[in-house]
Design a protein around this ligand. Structure first.
Ligand code: FES
Length: 155
């Protein structure tokens, strides 16, 4: 039996551990990357009461959504624009960027008063877009929402 074989095996195993360690380090980055400057302010607010009491929220077209599709205590993720429209209380609408401030995934759900990014489970308030839990530390960027008849236009 050659004494060289075990050394090669140990070397190979060591390389494997080292590479695995590098992989872990690359996958576990904290909230220090890809800041895109979502430091905007001036969340748009409308004051006209909406008749909606739904819980789901419908799909939005372009940069507008029907008032009736935005549930009180919930919101709608716009499919063709990178915005979320919420209605924290009846008749008060807010809009935010739908791009997560952690690593840029699109947010994917609105539940229990929270906007959720399922990439790494960050959660944001539907009231002001602030980060509630998860790896994201910064609020979703604020957008302007204007009511025009039975529609809400976001910009
Ligand atoms: S991209 Fe990581 S939680 Fe959204």
């Amino acid at each position: 039996m050659s004494p060289d074989v075990p050394r090669r095996s140990l070397f190979a195993a060591g390389m494997g551990l080292t590479l695995a360690g590098l992989g872990l380090a690359a996958c576990s980055s904290p909230d220090t990357s890809t800041g895109s400057g979502n430091g905007g302010s001036g969340t748009g607010t409308t004051t006209k009461a909406a008749p909606s009491t739904g819980s789901g929220g419908g799909a939005a077209a372009g940069n507008s959504v029907k008032v009736a599709d935005v549930p009180v205590g919930g919101g709608v993720i716009m499919q063709t624009a990178n915005f979320v429209v919420t209605q924290p209380t009846a008749g008060t609408f807010r809009a935010f960027s739908s791009v997560c401030t952690h690593e840029g995934c699109p947010v994917s759900a609105i539940q229990n008063g929270q906007i959720i990014c399922t990439c790494h489970n960050s959660r944001f308030s539907i009231k002001d877009g602030s980060a509630i839990s998860g790896p994201a530390r910064r609020a979703l960027g604020a957008a302007k929402v204007t009511q025009s008849g039975d529609s809400l236009v976001v910009s």
